[in-house]
Design a protein around this ligand. Structure first.
Ligand SMILES: Cc1cc2nc3c(=O)[nH]c(=O)nc-3n(C[C@H](O)[C@H](O)[C@H](O)COP(=O)(O)O)c2cc1C
Length: 417
């Protein structure tokens, strides 16, 4: 008999990421929700990231499908129960427990936590919640500061470093950006009161836990208080962007400090992937920053297969951008990803229901992967191949791959020296 759900029950199960997003929208003050939606310029890339998954079909079997399926894999030398990791996001004020709730949820789900250097909780606290945490840094500050931040993350016990380099400080969205206060003083409280008053559950949670201070504790300079988010952003904007030699330098520093894996996040092009391999990275993530960087970058899933084909034998290739269901994960793995990272999907879960909401989203993805494997007749996640998918002609975008006239799907962009 079908169980009838009590409509007044608090925090009912979120059956899909879309439902989690709707609940998040209902619960969060509009500026906070809008900050999670993010995107840039006309929103072309953020929309394409999700839409491109719809173009990929699945090729199911009618019988002979496996009774049990294995989703477990190994990522950066760690066993994970599913090929889904938490992508670092620097978002404050979604939930009072923030990254600690996310880290606990990831630990309970048997997977890795990615912690942004713009996070609201100190790396030490997050590692306590999930000892398998990867610390993410942007290229910000001078070299001494970067080394000091690496040392701190290593002392806290992180199991690897993610360096994210795809950011171009684009300003202006056609739909307008939310106002984020520098600090929550009386003026900011009064300005935001009309939004907050409409979201009593969110306001009550923060009233009990304390108003967020909107600082970046992992970017604290020695002997100074944690910078505000804007202070940290200013430091980042004033830092000259890294060269490939800088990436190799960072990878070398991390090797000496920690000896744990070094991941480059934000690779779109085949030529960059090859250079990342030369710089000695252990892994890279094919990513357009969830559509928040250069608007007009193709959907991340279109760029995955060419990069995986070029460097997948040498380094672990991850993927992030637009994952909203288990079948999206299966599609990315079939096109060459070792694992995917998720951003907004878990942020919606966090906003909707804290740690339980993040666990819920991870469960939704786990069940979705499992049912997709069942339908495809694949018993082990490692056995997926592009033949399990229906990939339309011209789907892939091989940015920066030396042109090959025989390959019609190649976007002929020549390698620059
Ligand atoms: C609100 C928000 C904040 C983000 N902050 C960071 C960050 O601090 N560091 C980083 O490497 N990526 C950051 N990202 C990008 C994510 O790590 C990830 O690449 C992206 O969200 C993946 O796309 P998805 O949201 O469609 O899953 C952020 C993304 C969002 C939506």
């Amino acid at each position: 008999m079908r169980k009838i759900e009590n409509p007044w029950k608090q925090n009912p199960w979120l059956e899909s990421v879309a439902v989690a997003q709707r609940r998040a929208r209902k619960r969060l003050p509009a500026p906070v929700y809008d900050a999670l939606v993010a995107g840039s310029e006309r929103g072309q890339t953020v929309n394409e990231n999700e839409a491109a998954f719809r173009e990929l079909g699945l090729a199911p079997h009618a019988a002979g499908n496996p009774a049990t399926r294995s989703l477990a894999t190994r990522v950066l030398g760690q066993d994970v129960s599913l090929p889904v990791l938490i992508s670092p996001t620097g978002v404050q004020a979604v939930h009072p427990d923030g990254e600690v709730a996310v880290a606990r949820a990831a630990a309970n789900a048997g997977t890795l936590m990615g912690l942004s250097n713009f996070a609201s909780k100190p790396v030490e606290t997050v590692v306590e919640a999930n000892p398998r945490t990867l610390f993410q840094m942007y290229w910000t500050g001078d070299r001494d500061l970067m080394v000091q931040r690496m040392r701190r993350a290593h002392s806290a016990g992180v199991i690897g470093l993610i360096l994210t380099t795809d950011w171009s400080f684009s300003i202006g969205r056609d739909w307008g950006s939310p106002e984020i206060p520098e600090r929550i003083d009386l003026r900011a409280k009064l300005r935001n009161a009309p939004h907050v008053i409409r979201k009593p559950r969110w306001a009550w949670a923060f009233a009990r836990a304390g108003v967020p201070d909107l600082t970046a504790p992992n970017l604290t300079k020695p002997g100074e208080p944690a910078p505000t988010f804007f202070g940290a952003y200013y430091e980042w904007m004033s830092t000259p962007p890294p060269s490939w030699e800088d990436i190799a330098w960072a990878r070398e520093q991390w090797q000496q400090i920690s000896g744990t894996p070094f991941v480059l996040k934000g690779v779109s092009r085949v030529d960059d992937a090859l250079r990342a391999v030369d710089a000695g990275v252990h892994a890279l993530s094919v990513s357009n920053h969830g559509g928040n960087n250069l608007d007009g970058t193709p959907a991340a899933i279109r760029m995955l297969e060419p990069v995986a084909e070029a460097v997948g034998q040498q380094v672990e290739v991850f993927f992030d951008g637009g994952i909203r269901r288990g079948s999206d994960v299966v599609k990315a793995v079939a096109l060459g990803a070792r694992a995917v990272l998720i951003g907004r999907a878990y942020l919606w879960g966090l906003a909707a229901n804290g740690q339980a909401g993040v666990e819920n989203v991870l469960d939704v993805l786990r069940m979705g992967i499992d049912s997709t494997l069942l339908g495809l007749g694949v018993s082990d996640i490692h056995d997926l191949t592009p033949a399990d998918l229906v990939v339309p002609d011209g789907f892939h975008r091989a940015l920066g791959r030396p042109s090959r006239t025989s390959d019609a799907t190649t976007n002929p962009v020549s390698l620059r020296a």
